[in-house]
Design a protein around this ligand. Structure first.
Ligand SMILES: CC(C)(COP(=O)(O)OP(=O)(O)OC[C@H]1O[C@@H](n2cnc3c(N)ncnc32)[C@H](O)[C@@H]1OP(=O)(O)O)[C@@H](O)C(=O)NCCC(=O)NCCS
Length: 128
């Protein structure tokens, strides 16, 4: 477990999880990692997977428990995943998002992701 970052995202998450919430980053091995957000009571309320390969990070499985949505947790998980990937040498982050998933697309667009050009399926990219 690490303390929350002192950023706008960190503040949003701290508000959501006060007084003792946290976002933990775990290396699972083989370039696979996971970021988990926990409530003040230690319950896992959101997560995202990160896979590093040849200078790029593939993000997948972002999910926040329904009752915990809209409090900045998804944004904080995304930012932490990108920061940890960048710290490990990744220069680009990639993820897939359905055209029907408006909430996720807004979150990713706010976070600096954009549809790959030329388009490749539903892949979005962000430089790290
Ligand atoms: C997408 C998801 C992870 C967002 O998590 P969250 O914790 O609710 O998101 P946040 O509170 O951090 O919101 C960040 C931004 O996302 C966007 N967003 C989140 N929920 C939204 C909604 N219901 N409608 C529109 N935009 C939404 C907004 O841009 C929001 O910023 P704002 O609050 O400043 O407007 C969550 O809704 C979820 O788990 N959905 C089901 C699984 C899923 O679709 N995962 C993505 C797979 S690609």
């Amino acid at each position: 477990m690490t303390p929350l970052l002192d950023t706008r995202l960190g503040r949003a998450l701290r508000t959501a999880l006060a007084p003792a919430g946290s976002v933990a980053f775990t290396v699972l091995g083989d370039g696979r990692m996971e970021v988990v957000a926990r409530s003040a009571r230690g319950r896992a309320v959101g997560r995202i997977r990160v896979e590093l390969s040849e200078g790029s990070a593939r993000l997948s499985g972002l999910r926040v428990a329904a009752l915990w949505r809209g409090r900045g947790i998804g944004r904080a998980l995304l930012e932490r995943a990108c920061a940890e990937a960048a710290a490990r040498g990744a220069r680009v982050a990639a993820l897939a998002v359905s055209a029907r998933n408006g909430a996720a697309r807004r979150l990713y667009a706010d976070g600096g992701f954009a549809a790959r050009e030329p388009a490749r399926g539903e892949e979005w990219l962000r430089a790290l």
